[in-house]
Design a protein around this ligand. Structure first.
Ligand code: ZN
Length: 235
């Protein structure tokens, strides 16, 4: 199901004392105002609270989403609940590349038509989706699940770097592409990994310029990302 939020004609933007019955609008009495001022019923408030925890969702959008679910059909609401449960129960990390998957190894690792000897290292699973959209990359991936960031207390041991080094030792790929975001953390992480992989005899590259400096891989358009990948340089 899709959740759409519209701003025009939205009755939730009206003052709290304003309500609508059929075509008739009226003001509530003082007692009713007192009752209404206690806020929404507990289950609704709880749903709003949960929505407000999501990234990019403020209190206002959270209440809109909650009331949208109250108004939509029971089937649609349950389909959303079921999708959330399934994503938590069925999605796991691929034991080889650490991408999110519902089968292990993931379909990319298991695909014999992909170049299994070229590994593209990315920060998170959304970067895999961005690179797949380019249609320009036919190798496999390794997802770090973050970058080194001393400010946030994230050291190399919190990422899948040890697993990458082990994988390179085991699989002896011909090339490892460090497609990390071109910012301070991405650069530092790429240099840290390169220092460990180059002595193993593997060619280590980074995508060429063309990616906006300080930008995010996930938001680069397909053509820019495809070209950056094609023009990668050795470290
Ligand atoms: Zn995989």
């Amino acid at each position: 199901m899709s959740i759409s939020v519209t701003s025009d004609g939205d009755e939730w933007n009206r003052p709290f004392w304003y309500t609508r019955t059929s075509e008739r609008a009226f003001c509530l009495t003082a007692t009713e105002v007192t009752v209404r001022a206690r806020g929404p019923a507990e289950p609704i408030a709880r749903l709003m609270e949960e929505f407000a925890k999501l990234p990019g969702i403020g209190p206002k959008t959270a209440s809109r989403l909650a009331y949208h679910l109250l108004r939509c059909s029971r089937e649609d609401a349950l389909a959303l609940a079921q999708a959330i449960i399934e994503v938590k129960e069925r999605v796991q990390l691929c034991s080889r590349c650490f991408n999110l998957t519902d089968v292990d190894p993931c379909p990319i690792c298991a695909d014999p038509s992909r170049d299994q000897r070229t590994i593209c290292v990315v920060e998170d699973p959304l970067d895999v989706l961005a690179l797949e959209r380019t249609g320009a990359y036919h190798g496999v991936y390794h997802v770090l699940h973050g970058v080194i960031s001393p400010v946030d207390g994230i050291g190399p041991e919190r990422l899948r770097i040890r697993e990458l080094v082990h994988r390179v030792q085991q699989e002896q790929p011909s090339e490892v592409i460090l497609a990390l975001n071109p910012n301070i953390e991405g650069d530092a992480t790429a240099m840290y990994i390169a220092r460990q992989l180059i002595p193993l005899g593997v060619t280590v590259t980074r995508p060429a310029s063309g990616l906006p400096v300080g930008g995010d891989l996930e938001y680069a358009d397909e053509i820019t990302l495809g070209r950056a990948l094609a023009g990668r340089r050795a470290l």
